[in-house]
Design a binder for this molecule. Structure first.
Ligand code: ATP
Ligand code: MG
Length: 245
């Protein structure tokens, strides 16, 4: 069931546990995402979704277990170094530079990747154009509606074409329509860049619609893995979502 194992490329967590002073945020979790694949990561609040994404992007060193990038252990490798190796992410809370323009926000991500300013600017403009925000390029990021803010966050992550992109609740707070629109973009990201996508998303309809595989966490533990049909029919998932209201 593990996509990308064997000799294929993958971003993988192997038997990962994360403990915070007595609290086990992630408990013996196995998962992997291959380039070109969309993996949905779901679970109730506090389930450990962000912590798992933090582990996969170098922001959290696992207490136990290993993180592998294309078969090589990258446990302890810093986020910035992993970003250079093609692992990009967005954050649950905005994190745009509000006093900078939209294009500058994307540009600095490129400069952070070692691009010259002019190259970063050109790549940023191309991404904004592709994402449909070229006409907002010179607007202050702080003045954007949150739907556009999330798109800029994704553009920042797409600088230098990552191989893996991890999106932490990019559609949080959006209406069904806005959400569908953003998921259209996520699919286009996968199609254009061929990257593996890990998508944290609360809306079951949405995540089931876009993901090839789903991983369900509850209190740090894996309660189900599989394709959307399998996961939806899983009693433990129904219990976690409906049982706890
Ligand atoms: N740095 C930390 N120190 C201590 N506890 C933490 C830390 N980060 C997360 N936790 C705890 O770990 C558990 C998992 O948190 P996490 O943020 O990964 O959940 P989540 O599934 O992303 O939740 P949400 O849907 O609310 O974003 C929670 O109980 C949280 O309080
Ligand atoms: Mg979270």
């Amino acid at each position: 069931m593990q996509a990308g194992t064997g000799d294929g490329a993958a971003l993988q967590v192997s038997n990962v546990t994360v403990r915070f002073e007595g609290l086990t945020a992630i408990d013996s979790v196995e998962e992997s995402v291959a380039p070109g694949e969309i993996l949905g990561l779901i679970g109730p609040n506090g389930a450990g979704k962000t912590t798992l994404v933090n582990v996969m992007t170098g922001f959290q060193i696992p207490t136990e277990g290993d993180v592998l990038l294309d078969g090589e252990s990258v446990s302890g490798v810093k986020p910035h170094a992993l970003r250079h190796r093609g692992v990009a992410r967005t954050f649950q809370a905005g994190r745009l530079f509000r006093e900078m323009s939209v294009v500058e926000n994307v540009e600095v991500a490129g400069v952070g990747m070692g691009l010259r300013r002019t190259t970063a600017h050109a790549e940023a403009m191309e991404l904004l154009d592709w994402i449909g925000l070229a006409d907002r390029a010179n607007v202050l990021a702080g003045a954007l509606p949150y739907t556009d803010e999330r798109r800029v966050g994704i553009a920042r992550a797409l600088i230098q074409s990552p191989k893996y992109i991890l999106l932490d609740e990019p559609a949080a707070g959006m209406s069904d329509l806005e959400c569908d629109d953003l998921m259209g973009l996520v699919k286009q990201v996968r199609d254009r860049f061929g990257c593996g996508v890990v998508l944290i998303e609360h809306n079951m309809r949405v995540v089931m619609g876009i993901s090839e595989r789903i991983h369900v966490l509850d209190s740090g533990r894996t309660i189900a893995r599989g394709n959307p049909t399998e996961v939806q029919a899983n009693p433990a998932v129904i219990e976690a979502y409906l049982g706890k209201g």
